[in-house]
Design a protein around this ligand. Structure first.
Ligand code: ACO
Length: 430
């Protein structure tokens, strides 16, 4: 990383601050502002962190204007074409693609730790049958810390790595158990002979009383979706994982916090919200009405699955997923009118000047929800699927942060706009 300096001068006082201009490998140069409070007595103001780099990271690079997404330098298009989810997870965690032997070892570790403690299963009985799977996920994933006290020395790199493996291995089992609980079916044990995505489908859809064959199309589509969702640099949930982790909290608490952040409809909850929106729109003839609502500033309605904080031209994941979406719809031969509605809505929004001018394109979640629905995955599980995929990204960032000797507790400042200093008044004087 090269360093130059910039001088920031306060024209009122004449005081100045020498600021480092940091250049990473790719992307915008970044001004280091930490000297400003000491030199000038000012804080910097960046609500929602639109221009603030919160950390240095070697994991993922995004160029939002050009629609570029790289994991450890590899374009997402090449990984989507050639890799599988576990290999991508290894790449994110370790920084390099695995050799054959490394892949075998990693895959064995992940496959052999898929079972959850039997007593964890009884947690599910405490949830109402209609509990949202994301709410169960947050609770049960956080509670994993209660089972692994002895492995939570945050200064021991081996403990960190074991926890990372446990999270990637066990979250699909927990996710499937959440689903089984919600439909009143027995929890299905993992099968270590299946690959990662096949195992998820097996645990979700098989029942003890009959044989279940994993659909190769479903496993392939899930694998692609998981690669595309595996990481996305400092998004809201990953930043949450890092912030919680910066306090020294255990990884299960960190990932549970990441799941909570992901749940919001402006983030990972969007894939579920897309389907809810399509249900609300109901039919193709209502599209103009809903486009008008999305454009009306006095109406809170937004076109879910459109727009992105970083991608302002196109979301490269959406381009890849769109193709698979059409393939899945064709192969499953589904005639659900919702799919036609989704495709017509996409067409109408892409031809509408409001969306074109604001560079609002369908994002990855517009299509992922449609694919999940075509694969028979219930709407309430969409964000859970996203959480499973993103776990490899979350743990990679957490491991990177924990290995960085410059990590300090995350602690933003504020621009206080409340009441100035005043004296307490006794109740009779108010
Ligand atoms: N529908 C209608 N108008 C929109 C939409 C939308 N989906 N998204 C943005 N706009 C409008 C804004 O109102 C704003 O209009 P203005 O300039 O006239 O005021 C303009 O487009 C710019 O949008 P911002 O709000 O500045 O975009 P921001 O970066 O803050 O938000 C976000 C990005 C949260 C993704 C937003 O586009 C949105 O809410 N989309 C729908 C939810 C969604 O799909 N989220 C998934 C994101 S992908 C992911 O997390 C994996």
């Amino acid at each position: 990383m090269s360093t130059e300096t910039l001088t920031l001068t306060d024209n009122t006082t004449g005081n100045s601050s020498e600021l480092n201009l940091l250049r990473g490998t790719l992307g915008n140069p970044t001004i280091e502002v930490k000297g400003i409070p000491g030199d000038l007595g000012y804080f910097t103001h960046d609500p929602s962190f639109g221009t603030t780099a919160s950390c240095e990271s070697d994991i993922t690079f995004i160029d939002g204007d050009k629609g570029v997404l790289l994991y450890r330098g590899y374009p997402i298009e090449q990984l989507a074409e050639n890799s599988d989810y576990l290999e991508t997870a290894y790449l994110l965690i370790h920084g390099e693609l695995p050799t054959g032997q490394e892949y075998k070892e990693f895959s064995t570790i992940i496959r052999r730790h898929t079972m959850i403690n039997e007593s964890l299963k009884s947690f599910f009985n405490g949830f109402n049958y209609n509990a949202h799977p994301m709410s169960m996920m947050m609770g049960v994933v956080g509670s994993l810390a209660a089972f692994y006290h002895e492995g939570l020395n945050m200064n021991d790199r081996e403990h960190l790595m074991i926890s990372a493996h446990r999270l990637i291995s066990k979250l699909p089992t927990i996710a499937a158990a959440c689903y089984k609980h919600s439909i009143g079916e027995p929890i299905v044990y993992p099968r270590n002979d299946l690959d990662y995505c096949e195992n998820i489908l097996h645990m979700m859809f098989s029942v003890p009383c009959e044989e279940y064959k994993v659909s190769p199309l479903a496993a392939k589509a899930l694998n692609l979706l998981f690669i595309l969702h595996a990481d996305h640099e400092q998004n809201a949930s990953t930043s949450t994982v890092r912030l919680v982790g910066s306090t020294g909290a255990n990884p299960f608490a960190c990932i549970s916090a990441g799941i909570a952040a992901l749940w919001g409809p402006a983030h990972g909850g969007a894939n579920e919200a897309v389907l809810e929106m399509l249900a609300e729109i109901g039919s193709v003839d209502k599209i103009p009405k809903y486009l008008a609502k999305a454009k009306d500033k006095d109406d809170p309605f937004k076109l879910m699955g459109f727009g992105h904080r970083v991608y302002k031209n196109f979301d490269p994941r959406a381009t890849l997923i769109r193709k698979v979406c059409y393939e899945v719809l064709e192969e499953t031969g589904t005639d659900d009118p919702m799919f036609e509605l989704a495709m017509k809505l996409e067409e109408a929004a892409l031809a509408d000047s409001y969306f074109v001018e604001r560079k609002l394109y369908p994002n990855v979640d517009f299509y992922s929800g449609v694919i999940y629905k075509a694969l028979g995955i219930p709407t309430s599980m969409f964000t859970v699927m996203f959480a499973l995929a993103r776990t490899s990204g979350w743990v990679s960032h957490w491991l990177e942060m924990m290995g960085d000797t410059s990590t300090r507790i995350g602690r933003p400042r504020q621009l206080y706009t409340g009441a100035p200093l005043r004296d307490y008044l006794s109740m009779e004087k108010r």
